[in-house]
Design a protein around this ligand. Structure first.
Ligand code: SAM
Length: 260
């Protein structure tokens, strides 16, 4: 993974993806079945959209969060005082064994380099019987903002990448298979749906110029004439004027750490 795509400010992230994360977070927290008194870990917290929801549910002193991106860790800590926020990757979690009742990862696992190591670490820090809860966008058809972007990208350059590659984990059954093969019990997979409304199509486009994630990074890597062609192609796929509402579908996978 190109780490620079997440080495951006929390505000830049929010303008592009955080607005979506904030809508998804309550649904993932609900799927995780969080109740008061639980100790929670938000892995790959970004600037803290899910962290904030967890704080509302159990209070800051019962929440920990981590992310490899330094600016995201700083933003999350500033936004959520009292939360134990650390700079760390999922593959090497800096907490002791069985420290948490619930470990969550929202829109993260598809970016993790060594998923098996991440699953092993998430299991290690969970108490036996504790819950893992994860979500990944359905990049194929379900995340309209990114789908339209990559379709427009392919229209201007046949060799453009696409986040909906096989094993992106957002396809039906992929998260469940991943969690099962990682050894979790009672694995369940569901679908979460959210929407976001933009002032107009230009506002949707401007999100990509923040350079966040694979789409933003690819957009900024283009020479100016190609970026302009992409802008026109992308805007051509959205209404000419007025507010634009887009939908997004995420797969949600949950499971339990086996009890001895
Ligand atoms: C799309 S963002 C999601 C952030 C946040 N969870 C949210 O819902 O807004 C992906 C996040 O995964 C983080 N990330 C990338 N590689 C990671 C790894 N190996 N372990 C943990 N987090 C990672 C990135 O730094 C980034 O914050």
């Amino acid at each position: 993974m190109n780490e620079r795509m997440f080495r951006v400010s929390g505000d830049a992230y929010d303008f592009f993806m955080g607005r979506w994360s904030r809508r998804l977070a309550p649904a993932l927290a609900e799927a995780a079945g969080i109740t008061a008194g639980r100790r929670l870990l938000d892995v790959g917290c970004g600037p803290g959209a899910l962290t904030g929801v967890l704080v509302e549910l159990v209070g800051p002193s019962s929440v920990a969060a981590c992310d490899p991106s330094e600016p995201f860790v700083a933003a999350c800590a500033e936004r959520h005082p009292g939360v134990d926020v650390r700079q760390a990757a999922a593959e090497d979690l800096p907490w002791p064994d069985q420290a948490f009742d619930v470990v969550l990862a929202q829109l993260v696992l598809n970016f993790v380099r060594d998923r098996a190591a991440a699953a092993a670490e998430m299991t290690r820090v969970l108490r036996p019987g504790g819950t893992v809860a994860t979500a990944v966008w359905d990049y194929g058809e379900g995340m309209e903002m990114l789908r339209r972007f990559w379709d427009a990208a392919r229209a201007i350059r046949a060799d453009a990448p696409d986040e909906s590659h096989p094993s992106a984990l957002g396809g039906v059954g992929e998260l469940a298979e991943f969690l099962t093969s990682a050894g979790f019990d009672l694995v369940a997979e569901g679908t979460l749906r959210v929407e976001s409304t933009y002032a107009d199509a230009v506002e949707v486009w401007q999100g990509f110029l923040a350079g966040v994630g694979p789409a933003g990074a690819w957009c900024l890597s283009l020479p100016e004439d190609e970026r302009e062609a992409l802008r026109r192609e992308f805007l051509g796929r959205l209404p000419d004027s007025g507010p634009v509402t887009l939908a997004a579908v995420a797969r949600c996978g949950t499971g339990l750490r086996p009890s001895p």
